[in-house]
Design a binder for this molecule. Sequence first.
Ligand code: HEC
Length: 121
Amino acid sequence: MKRLMTMAAVLAAGAAFAGEKFELKGDAARGVEKYTMFCVSCHGEKGDGNGPAGAALTPKPTNFTDGANAARLTDEYVYKMVKDGGAANGKSPMMIAWGSTMKDDELRHVSAYVLKLKGKK
Ligand code: HEC
């Protein structure tokens, strides 16, 4: 029975993986306000990770503009990171979860703004 349940879980995970491609559907222009309000203090106005509150942190807030991070910062990853925070994604807990502060569309807009700041590889 236990084995059957494990198999069912694996199948369910596979189905979720094979499912719809993630679509962010965010509007960067509508994300600026929240970014300025909640993210600038650490990630900086330009997204270079040099906000005043970020200076003392280790690891430092991510520099979104650094091309070396470009491949990692996919739409889905950024959205999950913003919504669920660093601790839930194997990253620094100093990157808190914003899922209870912002509505889903706001999370998507601010994620779109982060992706707009993102450097090219
Ligand atoms: C208190 C400082 C702080 C604030 C405020 C903050 N972050 Fe972060 N953020 C961090 C740190 C530190 C990391 C790096 C985590 C790591 O590398 O382990 C991070 C990582 C990230 C990442 C993941 C990038 C990567 O390199 O994996 C994203 C995306 C992100 N932040 C978006 C945001 C957004 C959007 C906001 C505003 C809604 C925000 N952050 C607010 C500190 C902050």
